[in-house]
Design a protein around this ligand. Structure first.
Ligand code: BGP
Length: 466
């Protein structure tokens, strides 16, 4: 067994505006849905912000003011790319303005210029778990099809502005997450009906397709992909009912990819809509727009899980309600660690779509306990990433076309699900706790040097374990 990565492989890391930038009202930024979720995407949203309220993301890791230091550290690790997102509310604070906010646009100009200085390629998500809160209040979020136009205006604005700086784009982060967190995904209340949620999702899928077209028109040499939460499920047993249960569980998220890649609603989802009395409005123009296919498929991967029809086995262990796999260990947050699942998923997606793939999130959220001298020996993180990368190399050898790999949170950031700082993913430690105490000072963990050498040797130093 040997390690194999292509020469031009995009090694890097991934962050998101709302989890790193802070400066939540600076330079005319509007309130976003993320600003209304002080306890993370799984807790209920607050309806208004009062002075003195604590939301860890208000300051986050203050990337807005410290990005130069952070980009220099990423460059020191040898990053070829950095995935980040643009906060829609910096560009259109309320979402429905005619003209963009120039100061917000300038921030990302400076950020991309800084990356260019070190030859770090930006991979930019247009919408990562946030939208202008004003669109939720005044229009009811993505339930209103006017939001498609607002999003398109935003996307065209940033394509035109950054066309010479950004050549890799992603539309909506983990677009399938709307089924689990509708407020974050589509700006709808958690108790919304399935009709409403799927209608909003439909609007978002149309917006995604129209954005792909706009990107091709405005930046012909750019590539634009979708982004899926890749939580593959296995049948818990070889009982045929479990096989079909896993097939259906996977189809519920693959539906998003099927529409974004194949351009039409698949039969299984039409049947599901029919049998569950879900009615959505889809115009003839929508059908045409949807045919615009993405250039590549990007996805996040943290864990796998199981599916079964046996109700006694259904225990909730994490945000996706996956049934635990008896053969796998779990992280401190109950996410089951499955490196071979990544190889399986890569093959699965490539077989299904025959388009290039991009792993844009993978990593281990863990509590780091600094040694008395302040250093951090995060061997658990190194092991996790090593094992996933070895399996990634296996998938490449299987014939999967893979553009790159960005670890989630190369610098500690605020977690999405529960807005914690203590769930750390970084190679770079940030001195800040769940209550907002700390100096925000950055320091390198052991994994910093490890990832640096992985990139330098194009993976050749990864450890193959028996
Ligand atoms: C993905 C999100 C990220 C990120 C990650 C880890 O779902 O795209 O924004 O946060 O998961 O999740 P968490 O932060 O909850 O550990």
């Amino acid at each position: 067994m040997s390690i194999q990565f292509p020469d031009n492989f995009l090694w890097g890391g991934a962050i998101a505006a709302n989890q790193v930038e802070g400066a939540y009202l600076t330079d005319n930024k509007g309130l976003s849905t993320s600003d209304m979720l002080p306890q993370g995407i799984l807790a209920p949203a607050v309806e208004s912000r009062h002075q003195g309220d604590f939301n860890p993301k208000d300051i986050a890791i203050d990337f807005y003011h410290r990005y130069k230091e952070d980009i220099a550290l990423f460059a020191e690790m040898g990053f070829k790319c950095l995935r980040t997102s643009i906060a829609w509310t910096r560009i259109f604070p309320n979402g429905d303005e005619q003209e963009p906010n120039e100061v917000g646009l300038r921030f990302y100009d400076d950020l991309f210029d800084e990356m260019k200085k070190y030859h770090i390629e930006p991979v930019v998500t247009l919408s990562h778990y946030e939208m202008p809160y004003a669109l939720v209040k005044n229009y009811g979020g993505w339930a209103d099809r006017k939001v498609i136009d607002f999003f398109e205006r935003y996307a065209k604005t940033v394509f035109n502005r950054y066309k010479n700086k950004v050549k890799h784009w992603l539309t909506f982060n983990e677009i399938n997450m709307s089924l689990h967190a509708p407020f974050t995904g589509v700006g709808l209340a958690e108790n919304s009906t399935k009709d409403a949620i799927y209608q909003a999702i439909h609007h978002q899928l149309v917006a995604s397709a129209r954005t792909v077209k706009a990107c091709h028109d405005i930046i012909p040499d750019a590539k634009i992909g979708n982004m899926l939460l890749g939580a593959i499920q296995y049948p818990l047993t070889c009982k045929p009912d479990d096989i079909l249960a896993a097939h259906w569980e996977n189809n519920q998220w693959l539906f998003f990819g099927d529409v974004q890649v194949r351009g039409t609603y698949p039969g299984y989802i039409k049947r599901y809509f029919k049998e569950n009395n879900i009615n959505i409005t889809m115009t003839e123009q929508d059908k045409k727009d949807l045919q615009q296919s993405v250039d590549f498929i990007s996805f996040s991967y943290y864990m796998s899980g199981c599916a079964t029809t046996d109700n006694s086995k259904k225990v909730t262990t994490n945000i996706l309600n996956l049934v635990p796999n008896p053969y796998l260990e779990s992280s401190e947050w109950g996410w089951q660690i499955d490196p071979k699942g990544l190889r399986y998923l890569l093959n699965f997606l490539y077989d299904r779509y025959q388009k290039p793939l991009f792993i844009v999130e993978n990593g281990l959220g863990a509590v780091d306990n600094p040694n008395p001298d302040g250093t951090i020996d995060d061997d658990y993180r190194i092991d996790y990433l090593n094992d996933h990368l070895v399996q990634t190399s296996e998938a490449i050898k299987d014939g999967v076309e893979l553009l790159g790999y960005t670890t989630w949170g190369p610098i500690d950031l605020v977690s999405a699900s529960k807005a914690e700082m203590s769930k750390r993913y970084g190679f770079i430690y940030v001195d800040r706790d769940n209550q907002g105490n700390g100096t925000l000072k950055r320091s390198k963990k052991k994994s910093f040097y490890w990832y640096q050498s992985v990139i330098k040797q194009n993976g050749k130093n990864l450890k193959i374990k028996s």
